[in-house]
Design a protein around this ligand. Sequence first.
Ligand SMILES: Cc1ncc(COP(=O)(O)O)c(C=O)c1O
Length: 394
Amino acid sequence: MNHPAATPSKLPDVGTTVFTVMSRRARELGAINLGQGFPDYPIDPRLADAVADAMHAGHNQYAPMEGAEELRAAIASKIAARSGRSVDPIAEVTVTVGGTEAIYGAIQALVGPGDEAIVFDPAYDSYDPAIRLAGARAVHIPLEPPEFRYDWDRVERAITPQTRLIVFNSPQNPACTVASSDDLDALATLVERHDLRIVSDEVYEHMVFDGRRHHSVVGDPRLVPRSVAVYSFGKTLHATGLRIGYCIAPADLTRELRKVHQFNTFSVAAPLQHGIARYLASSPDLWDTLTPFFERKRNLMLDALADSGFTLRASAGTYFQLLDFSGLAPPGDLEFCERLLVEAGVATIPLSPFYRAPPPLSQLRLCIAKRDETLLAGAERLRHFAHSLSGMNS
Ligand SMILES: Cc1ncc(COP(=O)(O)O)c(C=O)c1O
C-alpha cells in the first residue's frame, strides 16, 4: 500500500484556538469559566418559541442564498430606525453563518495574492488566517497596552502600493476599547487617500458603556462605499450557538461577497432566520436593553474586584473586561493565565495569542456575559488569589 505524502498545510502555525483550549481545560479542572465569550444564562424563551414555530410553519428548506427576505427587511428597518440610514435589503444585506462567515467571505472577496491587508493587534483570531487563505499578506499593527490606542501615523506608514484592505473592529475584542469619532475620521482620511476597502467588525455594536456612542462605518458617508460592516445575532440575542450573522455593504461589494458566500455555505439555516425575524418584530426594545444589561454586569465585576490588587480599567465596550495583574506579578500573560486556571480555579483568556509579536502583557480578558453568581464566584476566587500573592488576608 502506498501511503500518501504528508498533507501540506496552508496554515502550518494554526492550532486549536485559545478559546477552545481554555474552555476544555476549565471543564477538566472544574474551573469557573470566564474565558471564552459565551453566556451561561438561558436565552429568552420567546426566541426558542419563535424558532420552533418557524419549523412547524414549514420553513425547513433552503433559504434564499442572500438570506430570508423577512430577516433582511427586519435588519434594514433596524438600521434605518437607529442610524437614519436607508439600506437596501435586497442589494446590501446578506445573512451569513455568524459574523465569522461574513468576515471570511468579505476578506476572500476583497483581497488576493500579492495584496496586503492591515489588521490591528490584539486582533480577533479569524482575520489573519482568512487573509492568508485568500493568498494575501496580513500586516499587523500593534495597539500598545494598557490603553490600546490607534496611532494613525503608524497606520499610514504601513500602507504600501499593495495595501487593499483594513480590518477594523470596534468595540474591540479583546482590548475592550471603543473607537472615537476622531478614529473614524482618521480611518476615513486614510482609506480615501489610499483607495482602500474596510471590513468593519461591529459585532459588539450594542455593548458600549458610560454614555459612549458606537461609531459605525454604516453611518459615515465617506466609509459606506468602501466598507463591509459585520454583525452577529449570536451576540445580540445572547445565543452564540445560533451561528447567524449578517453584513451590510454597498451593492458592488455585496455582489462580490455573495459569490463567495454562495459557494461556501450557499444559504443559512432557514428556520433560524424566520424565527429570528419574528422574534425581532416582537421585541422592538431589544437593542436598547443590551448596553444597560452588560454595563450592569461590568460594574458588578468592577465592584467585586475593587481593592483586590488587580487593576481594572473599566471596559468601554464588548462583553469583556480586562484584568490587569501588573500590581501582583511581572508581565507574562500566558504564565499568569495558567496560574489563575490551576491555582485560583478561574479560566481567563490571555492577549498574547491575539498579537503577531506580543509586547510584554499584564492583561487577561474576562467574559462578563455570565450569570451574576458566576461572576461573583469568579471574582471571589480572583480576590482570594490576589490576596494570597500580596500576602494579605482575603
Ligand atoms: C470581534 C469578534 N468578531 C467576530 C466574532 C464572531 O462572531 P460569530 O460568533 O457571530 O461568528 C466574534 C466572536 O467572538 C468576535 O469577538
